[in-house]
Design a protein around this ligand. Structure first.
Ligand SMILES: [Zn+2]
Ligand SMILES: [Zn+2]
Length: 138
């Protein structure tokens, strides 16, 4: 198995050969309660196709209450952005809801559970809370 066959969420994806992961950039704007124009921040993330990227960006925006200005493949961005280094777009721990790097996240191994946990501790707490009675875990 090739190292790069593992997706960002640590799960093998069947369509990896069809849609290789590429870098995307997304621009968010903070929503200011006082009506002023919020600060713009740019993040980058690895993702396969447009729809996967759309989902990532939307769920991030919902969680953090920011506005999505645009997102596109990094290589398609203008000039300096293409070679810039941006903060990683993290994902949120299902258990404690803290943003963390996708590389550090631990996917739940339970079938049909799409949870991502930020640490061993959260993983164990999540399993205890959600899957204790399912009987498929040791
Ligand atoms: Zn956590
Ligand atoms: Zn789970």
């Amino acid at each position: 198995m090739r190292e790069d066959a593992i997706g960002i969420d640590g799960v093998l994806s069947d369509d990896h050969d069809l849609i290789p992961s590429v870098k995307w950039l997304v621009a968010f704007r903070n929503r200011n309660p006082d009506g002023h124009i919020g600060k713009i921040s740019i993040r980058e993330f690895l993702c396969g196709g447009f729809y996967e990227a759309f989902d990532r960006v939307q769920s991030y925006a919902e969680k953090t209450n920011v506005e999505v200005l645009w997102f596109k493949e990094k290589r398609a961005c203008d000039g300096p952005l293409t070679n810039s280094i941006q903060l990683q777009l993290g994902c949120f721990c299902t258990y404690c809801n803290i943003e963390h790097n996708t590389e550090d996240s631990i996917p739940c191994e339970e079938l049909y559970c799409k949870s991502n946990l930020c640490s061993r501790k959260c993983y164990e707490d999540h399993v205890e809370l959600k899957h204790r009675n399912s009987g498929t875990l040791r």
